[in-house]
Design a protein around this ligand. Structure first.
Ligand code: SAM
Ligand code: DTB
Ligand code: SF4
Length: 350
C-alpha cells in the first residue's frame, strides 16, 4: 500500500483507538470527553464526523448519551391510525396516498369520531401511551378543524396523549389545535434541504419549517424526523439531522423512517438501505438531540429482531406499536411483546 493511499484512508475515516490509546474505560479513545449538553449549534462537519466514527465507538457514545437522560430499558409506545386515507394532491415520491400514483390505496373520507375512539381504546388496552392520527392532506382546511378538535378531545378523554399529522398548518390553526388539547404535531422534514426537491416538488423545505414554527410557538410539542433510503447520499442524512438538531428547540420526538417502497410510486423499486446505516442514523440522532425521543418508525418489519435490537442499543426509545402504520403493515402487537420480553424492554407509561 502506498503512503498516499494510507493517508487518504486516514483522512476519510477516523481510526479506531488501539488498546494502548484508550483510557482503560472499556476502549473509549483516550481524551474523548462525552458532551451531554443539549446544543443547537451543531455543524455539518461535526455531524458528519459522528457518522464516520467506527461503528462500535459510535454506538458506545450513543449509549452513554442515552443513559445520561433516559432509562435504556424503556421504550415509548405510540399507535398510529390513518383517519383520512388517500387522494392527496401532493407529489411526495415515496407516498402510497398521493393521487398522482397508481398504488391501489383508495380515497376515503375523514373517519367518524366513534371509529377513531374504538381504535384508540384498543390501542390503550394493548399498552400504547400515545395515539397518533394521520390524514392524507396537503394542509388542514378550516372546514375540518371542528371535526378534528372533537376527535382530539375524545381521545384525550381516554387518558392518552394525542398526536396529529395533517399537513401544513397556519399559525391560527396550530393555536386552535393546542386549545383542543392536542399534545404533539408531527411534521417531518423528510430529508436534507438539498435533496428535498428530488423527493417533493409541490411544496418546499421552508414550508415545512414554517409549520414546525407555528406548532412550536403554539406551545404544542413538535414531532419531526425523516426517511432514509430514498436514494439520498450520506451527506443528505447529515443535512437532515443537522436541520433538526439546529432548530430553535429540538423536537420532542424524532421519527426515523426507513423507506417502505410502495409499488406504483417513483420510489417503488429502490433497494433497501443497509441496516447499519439505519443504526448509525439513529445513533447520530441520539447524540445530537440527547433529550428527544428518537422513534424507530417505518421499516421495523424489514429490520427484523436483531436489527431492531441494534437500533435500541443506538438510542432509539420509541416505536409505532400496532399492526398497521398508515397504509402498510407493522409488526403485530404480539411479536413486539415477544421482542420486548427477549430484550427486557418495558413500555414507558405516560
Ligand atoms: N400528509 C401529511 C404530511 O405529509 O405531513 C401527514 C401524513 S404523511 C404520510 C406522514 C409522514 O409519513 C411523511 O412525512 C413521511 O415522512 C412518512 N411516510 C410516508 N410514506 C412513507 C413511506 N413509504 N416510507 C416511509 N415513510 C413514509
Ligand atoms: C412518521 O414519521 N412515520 C409514520 C408517521 N410519522 C405518520 C408514517 C409511516 C408511513 C409508512 C408508510 C405507510 O404506511 O403508508
Ligand atoms: Fe400527501 Fe403526506 Fe403523502 Fe405527501 S406524505 S403525498 S403530503 S399524505
Amino acid at each position: 500500500m502506498s503512503i498516499d493511499t494510507q493517508e487518504s484512508t486516514t483522512k476519510s475515516r477516523p481510526k479506531a483507538a488501539t488498546p494502548a490509546e484508550t483510557d482503560g474505560q472499556h476502549g473509549r479513545p483516550a481524551g474523548t470527553v462525552i458532551d451531554y449538553a443539549v446544543r443547537i449549534d451543531w455543524t455539518r462537519d461535526e455531524i458528519s464526523a459522528l457518522f464516520s466514527l467506527p461503528f462500535n465507538d459510535l454506538l458506545f457514545q450513543a449509549q452513554q448519551v442515552h443513559r445520561h437522560y433516559f432509562d435504556a430499558n424503556r421504550v415509548q409506545l405510540s399507535t398510529l391510525l390513518n383517519i383520512k386515507q388517500g387522494g392527496c394532491s401532493e407529489d411526495c415520491k415515496y407516498c402510497s396516498q398521493s393521487s398522482r400514483y397508481e398504488t391501489g390505496v383508495d380515497r376515503e373520507e375523514l373517519m367518524d369520531v366513534k371509529l377513531v375512539m374504538n381504535a384508540a381504546r384498543s390501542a390503550k388496552e394493548s399498552g400504547a401511551e400515545r395515539f397518533c392520527m394521520g390524514a392524507a392532506w396537503r394542509n388542514l382546511k378550516d372546514r375540518d378543524v371542528a371535526a378534528i378538535a372533537e376527535i382530539v378531545k375524545s381521545v384525550k378523554g381516554l387518558g392518552m396523549e394525542t398526536c396529529l399529522t395533517l399537513g401544513m398548518l397556519t399559525r391560527e390553526q396550530a393555536e386552535t389545535l393546542k386549545e383542543s388539547g392536542l399534545d404533539y404535531y408531527n411534521h417531518n422534514i423528510d430529508t436534507s434541504p438539498e435533496y428535498y426537491p428530488e423527493v417533493i416538488t409541490t411544496r418546499c423545505f421552508e414550508d415545512r419549517l414554517e409549520t414546525i414554527e407555528h406548532v412550536r410557538e403554539s406551545g404544542m410539542k413538535v414531532c419531526s424526523g425523516g426517511i432514509i433510503g430514498m436514494g439520498e447520499e450520506r451527506s443528505d442524512r447529515v443535512g437532515m439531522l443537522h436541520a433538526l438538531a439546529t432548530l430553535p428547540e429540538h423536537p420532542g420526538s424524532v421519527p426515523i423512517n426507513m423507506l417502505v417502497p410502495i409499488p406504483g410510486t417513483p420510489m417503488g423499486d429502490l433497494e433497501p438501505i443497509d441496516t447499519f446505516e439505519m443504526v448509525r442514523t439513529i445513533a447520530v440522532a441520539r447524540i445530537t438531540m440527547p433529550k428527544s425521543h428518537v422513534r424507530l418508525s417505518a421499516g421495523r418489519r424489514e429490520l427484523g429482531e436483531t436489527g431492531q435490537a441494534l437500533c435500541f442499543l443506538a438510542g432509539a426509545n420509541s416505536i409505532f406499536y400496532g399492526d398497521k402504520l398508515l397504509t402498510t403493515s407493522n409488526p403485530e402487537w404480539l411479536q413486539d411483546q415477544e421482542l420486548f420480553a427477549k430484550l427486557d424492554i418495558e413500555g414507558e407509561q405516560a
